[in-house]
Design a protein around this ligand. Structure first.
Ligand SMILES: [Zn+2]
Length: 391
C-alpha cells in the first residue's frame, strides 16, 4: 500500500465549498494543511528525500535568468477540459503554494505531468472545482506546467487573467503557483527553485509586477502553506527574481553577473544614528535604514564580493518621499579611491538608480557607504545596492 497514494487524495473535504465563494473557512483550511503536512513529512523523512541545502539557493541565484522558461500547456500534459471565467484585468501579484504532497524523488517529465493531472483531480474530483485551482504547477524536477486553462495564454499575452481558486483574496488578481512537495522543514530542490525564479521573473516582466509582490498563501489565509521553511525563504525568492530581472535587461539572454545587497543582509554594518523602518512601500526587502541629517558620522556600509577584476555599474535602491533628503551622501570605495556621490532621495524611489561605473578588483570589499552628514533636509535612507558587471 503506497502511503503516498493516500496522501495524493484530499484527506479532508474542500475548505471552500463552492469555488468562487470566498468564505473565511479558516479553521478547516488550517487543519487540513497541518494534518497533510505532518503526514507527508513523515513519509518524506522515511524515504530520505527532500532535504535541501540552503547553499543550493545561492547557486540557484546565479543560474536563474529572466528568459522565458519552457512551460508545458494543459494540452501538453493532457489536462481534462475545464472552464474558468476570464477577467479583463491583469494580475498584480504572485502567490506561492506547496502541494503538501510527498517530496518524491522522481524528477522526470513523466512524473511532472502525472503531478499536474493529480492536482487537477484533487481540485475537480476532491474539491468539486471546475478545473485546476492554481494557475501553474512546478515539479521537483523543475518542470513548469499550466494549471488552470488559459493561464498560459494570458501569461504569453501579458494581459487579462482567469478567475482561479488557490487563495481567497488573491484569486482574481494573483498568479497561483503550486510547488510540488512539503516544505515545513526542508526547502525545495535546486531544480524547482531555479524554475520558480525563472518563472516569477518572466511573469513579473510580462505583467509589470514588482518582485516585492510575491507572497505566500499564508499571507491571505490561515494556513501553513507554503510551509514554514519555504515561507521563510520568500525574501530570498524576491531577491533572486529581482536579480534575474535585472540580469535580463528586457531582451532575454543577458547573463551579466549581478549582486544585490540589502540593508538587512548580515554583512551590512549600521553605524551611529541609523534606525530601521518598514514604512515606505518603495522599500527593498523588509525594511530600510534611515537617519536624521546632521553632523553625525555614522555610516551604513555595504560589502560585496566581486568575482573578477572588471568594470561594474553600482546602483542604489531607496524608499523615496518628498520629505526625504535631496542630498543623501553616498561614497563608492572603488579600487582604493573614494568617490562621493550625492543622491536626491525625494524622487525615483523603488528602483535602481546608478551611482556610476567603476573599475573594481576581485574579492570581498566594503563598496558603498551611506552617511547622514549633509546640509540637505529630511531623513537619509540606506536601503540596498546592486553591482552589475559591464559587458
Ligand atoms: Zn496554498
Amino acid at each position: 500500500m503506497a502511503i503516498s497514494d493516500i496522501l495524493r487524495r484530499p484527506l479532508i473535504s474542500n475548505p471552500y465549498p463552492r469555488e468562487f465563494e470566498f468564505m473565511p473557512s479558516v479553521p478547516q483550511a488550517s487543519r487540513r494543511n497541518v494534518i497533510r503536512g505532518a503526514l507527508v513529512v513523515g513519509v518524506a523523512g522515511a524515504a530520505g528525500g527532500g532535504a535541501l541545502l540552503t547553499a543550493n539557493l545561492a547557486q540557484a541565484e546565479n543560474d536563474a535568468k529572466a528568459k522565458a522558461p519552457e512551460i508545458f500547456s494543459c494540452e501538453d500534459w493532457g489536462a481534462r477540459p475545464g472552464s474558468g471565467s476570464q477577467l479583463s484585468n491583469k494580475p498584480t501579484k504572485i502567490v506561492i503554494h506547496h502541494t503538501a504532497s510527498a517530496n518524491q524523488s522522481d524528477t522526470s517529465k513523466q512524473a511532472a505531468f502525472k503531478l499536474a493531472k493529480d492536482v487537477q483531480s484533487w481540485h475537480m474530483d476532491g474539491n468539486g472545482w471546475s478545473d485546476t485551482g492554481n494557475n501553474f504547477t512546478i515539479s521537483r524536477g523543475g518542470f513548469i506546467m499550466e494549471g488552470r486553462h488559459t493561464s498560459l495564454k494570458h501569461l504569453n499575452d501579458g494581459k487579462g487573467w482567469v478567475q482561479s481558486a488557490h487563495a481567497p483574496g488573491a484569486n482574481s488578481d494573483g498568479i497561483g503557483i503550486e510547488n510540488e512537495g512539503t516544505y515545513t522543514d526542508g526547502l525545495p530542490p535546486k531544480e524547482l527553485w531555479n524554475a520558480l525564479v525563472q518563472f516569477c521573473a518572466h511573469a513579473c516582466k510580462q505583467f509589470g509586477i514588482a518582485p516585492k509582490e510575491i507572497y505566500g498563501h499564508r499571507d491571505f489565509s490561515s494556513t501553513a502553506c507554503p510551509g514554514e521553511a519555504f515561507y521563510a525563504k520568500l525574501p530570498q525568492l524576491r531577491k533572486d527574481v529581482e536579480a534575474a530581472l535585472n540580469g535580463d535587461g528586457g531582451g532575454g539572454g543577458d547573463d551579466a553577473w549581478t549582486a544585490v545587497v540589502d540593508n538587512g543582509d548580515k554583512d551590512v554594518k549600521r553605524g551611529e544614528g541609523w534606525k530601521l523602518s518598514a514604512y515606505s512601500a518603495d522599500k527593498h526587502g523588509k525594511d530600510y535604514a534611515f537617519a536624521e541629517p546632521g553632523n553625525g558620522g555614522g555610516l551604513v556600509e555595504f560589502t560585496v564580493t566581486i568575482p573578477k577584476d572588471g568594470t561594474y555599474t553600482v546602483s542604489t535602491w531607496y524608499a523615496a518621499n518628498k520629505g526625504y533628503n535631496p542630498k543623501a551622501p553616498y561614497t563608492v570605495h572603488a579600487g582604493g579611491t573614494d568617490k562621493a556621490v550625492t543622491v536626491d532621495q525625494t524622487a525615483k524611489g523603488g528602483q535602481w538608480v546608478s551611482l556610476g561605473d567603476y573599475k573594481l578588483k576581485k574579492g570581498k570589499q566594503k563598496l558603498v557607504s551611506v552617511g547622514h552628514k549633509t546640509t540637505g533636509k529630511g531623513y537619509v535612507i540606506a536601503d540596498a545596492i546592486q553591482v552589475k558587471a559591464k559587458k
